[in-house]
Design a protein around this ligand. Structure first.
Ligand SMILES: *Cc1c(COP(=O)(O)O)cnc(C)c1O
Length: 422
């Protein structure tokens, strides 16, 4: 879609923190790209949901773009065109979940091909890689923060380099440009970046040199914690053909209803991301100042190891980050969680509501203490997904729960009337 340049004031909150200048027009693209009224005879401005599984062929094989919904559907095409535009990509392919996107990308390989990844990834990705290993792929796990490790690990059979923009749950920031440059000068491997935490609104991996940007649409794109979905975007015709073939062959596509819902949610992506970014920075600053907190892992904080790379790569950050409570103590962490009034404890992220997760017990229960501590997953580590509620309410809930860690007595326990203070 043609770039439209607005005349209103620039959004300056993120720039004032030091992030890369936000490109104009993304909010417009998220509402209009792919949504062409001329595609429908009735000129609906909101694309309809096409539930039909098949499409008429006037004589056998004489058909238009669509013939069977597993292989192509007009509602899915609308969403895919919009997602491709946001990443400034030639193609987008959507899936029934983030992990079905991951598995479909893995199936572009041949038996014996190598994948380089990290143990610090999202747990669903690690499950996918474990299966890849079991069925004969050569999976190597490295620490991406030192690029020497990547250079040493590259082998003639290496075909996929798997990374995350911000690694879960310690929020290490990957230098996507440096990784892509290194890989592309030394091998023909494909660089995949899981950009779920940032979305194209704040980071576009393909512009930084990656070959595939991968998303769990379940998180910020859908944004309301009520749809599962996944997507990949890319520019290479050949990669696109292979991924599209895999999507059809494995039946990992997103249903027309869910395409419609994600498409609807994407229209408010810009608004939501701006608010997530602002709230998450304010909450991070608050946590940094609280005596019960040891350290805050947020890319916008100068104390964060990946701060400089983040400022070069991102135009803002989402609501996801993590922090350490003082002391590597399970008991203190549980006391903190019990002191919360309205913030729920749950595994997902990227919704409009603030949520908290406890990685040691929720995403990393299979690992030993020793392995967890080496990955930074201590008993004090808490992951937060800051929502778009009134920021003072989020901070007040966290403050009371943190203050309660050092207090004793019944009054610090979560009160049954959870929403009493709101
Ligand atoms: C949630 C998530 C996934 C998996 O997505 P699902 O939609 O749950 O299958 C992959 N990567 C990251 C970073 C995620 O947060």
């Amino acid at each position: 879609m043609e770039q439209l340049n607005g005349t209103c004031e620039d959004l300056t909150f993120n720039e004032s923190i030091g992030y890369k200048k936000q490109e104009k027009g993304l909010a417009t693209q998220s509402i209009h790209a792919g949504q062409k009224p001329e595609n429908w005879m009735c000129r609906a401005i909101i694309p309809p949901i096409f539930t039909s599984v098949c499409y008429e062929q006037t004589i056998p094989r004489n058909m238009n773009d669509f013939f069977y919904t597993r292989l192509g559907n007009p509602t899915r095409s609308v969403l895919e065109e919009c997602l491709a535009a946001l990443d400034k990509a030639k193609y987008a392919v959507t899936f029934s979940s983030g992990v079905s996107a991951i598995m479909t990308v893995i199936t572009t390989l041949k038996n014996g091909d190598g994948i380089i990844a990290s143990k610090q990834f999202y747990s669903g990705t690690l499950d996918g890689l474990a299966i890849a290993e079991r069925i004969g792929f050569d999976v190597q796990y490295i620490d991406f923060t030192d690029l020497k490790n990547l250079e040493d690990a590259l082998k003639p059979n290496t075909k996929l380099i798997w990374t995350e923009t911000c690694m879960n749950p310690t929020m290490q920031v990957m230098d996507i440009k440096a990784i892509s440059d290194l890989v592309h000068t030394k091998s023909d491997a494909v660089v995949v970046v899981d950009n779920t935490f940032l979305t194209p609104y704040y980071c576009r991996p393909l512009e930084l040199g990656a070959d595939i940007a991968l998303y769990s649409l379940t998180k910020y794109f859908s944004g309301h914690s009520d749809i599962l979905g996944g997507s990949v975007t890319m520019n290479s015709d050949e990669l696109y053909k292979t991924v599209r073939y895999g999507q059809g062959a494995f039946g990992t596509m997103l249903s027309p209803f869910d395409c419609y819902l994600v498409n609807r949610s994407v229209k408010t992506l810009a608004l939501r991301m701006e608010k997530h970014s602002e709230n998450s920075f304010k909450v991070a600053k608050f946590l940094e100042s609280h005596p019960a907190v040891e350290q805050v892992n947020h890319p916008a904080l100068k104390s964060h190891k990946g701060h400089e790379i983040a400022m070069k790569q991102f135009s803002g950050h989402s609501g996801v980050f993590s922090f350490y409570l003082k002391g590597n103590s399970h008991e203190k962490a549980i006391k903190f969680f019990k002191g919360l009034r309205f913030i729920p404890i749950c595994t997902s992220l990227g919704g409009i509501e603030t949520t908290l997760a406890y990685p040691r017990e929720m995403s990393h229960p299979k690992f030993s203490d020793e392995d967890c501590f080496a990955m930074g997953v201590t008993y004090g580590l808490v992951r937060i997904s800051v929502g778009i509620e009134e920021c003072d309410d989020i901070i007040n809930d966290l403050r009371d729960a943190l203050d309660g860690i050092e207090k004793s007595g019944k009054n610090v326990e979560k009160i049954i009337t959870k929403f009493e203070r709101l």
